[in-house]
Design a protein around this ligand. Sequence first.
Ligand SMILES: Nc1ncnc2c1ncn2[C@@H]1O[C@H](COP(=O)(O)OP(=O)(O)OP(=O)(O)O)[C@@H](O)[C@H]1O
Length: 323
Amino acid sequence: MITARGLRRSFAVRGRTVEAVRGVDFDIGAGEIAAFLGPNGAGKTTTVRMLTTLLRPTGGQAVVAGKDLLADQRGVRRRIGCVAQGHGSAPDHQVREQIELQARIYGADKATAAAQAEKLMGELELSGLDKRVAKTLSGGQRRRLDLALGLVHTPRLVFLDEPTTGLDPQSRANLWAHIADLRAQRGATVFLTTHYLDEADALADRVFIMDNGTIVASGTPEELKSQVADDRITIGVPDHQRPRASAAVIALPGVSQVAATVAGLDFRVANGDALLVPLLRELDFAGVTATSVEVRRPTLDDVFLTLTGRSLREGAATVGAGR
Ligand SMILES: Nc1ncnc2c1ncn2[C@@H]1O[C@H](COP(=O)(O)OP(=O)(O)OP(=O)(O)O)[C@@H](O)[C@H]1O
């Protein structure tokens, strides 16, 4: 459904060249849900804007939904749906009116446009909101309206740029169900970008981890997590005891990395269950009061941390590495 080779884009900013996307190669098959996961500035939006013809690549090539990105922009545009960051809906116009108008723009007659609006509003839980103007909708409702506008011409390939940013947890989970339905009910291929680890983990068949304009790893969430085989032990410790706790634990055999979290420290360990008791003993010996302790399997954030030395989680940073 998408084949990209050497796709790159740079920007000239005040006499300086910013390499937003540095020549990426990837293939996304029909019916896949693919997630581009990365921090702010990784190049995710620039990649989406290139693939949706909104931005001309500086180099490379791509075939999108069977059409050549550079030679047939119109063909690409007709076959894709795109829900960009921010709102695609007009704030002062009514819900049903906007969906019908969008359908007419894509060539539907009046009756077909009305039927499409009815169907989409039902599918996306917008029924009953026909005459509400977009700016009065909740964040989740407005995002679902944006989605309806991107789906009105029944595209087989849908791009969603950070679809749930700014939504509360319940609205996010609700939108995830609708995104999963795009494939289940419409057979659509979905390309989404996100900086939420749980979103990529929950939704995507395949995750492409992007950092600094390149794809640093790709695979199913399970494949990626199995690349970092080690467990994690997270402990809660008061701020002033962190250096002591860190020094005590990193000295233990089998502990290879320590990162700061909001409430304490996160250790990468060979076998979490076996190390738990020695670790607690060592902390006790060092006079550290652990307020909580958790042993866990690696997450996509651990994959990101291992690959880039940085964490995707807000407020977290690596403070030392023993390997
Ligand atoms: N129009 C532009 N002019 C100059 N620089 C740009 C432009 N668009 C993007 N960039 C730069 O390119 C880099 C990648 O930006 P991009 O928006 O693609 O990242 P992103 O991964 O989508 O981040 P976010 O999650 O914040 O949307 C950043 O350094 C950004 O500042």
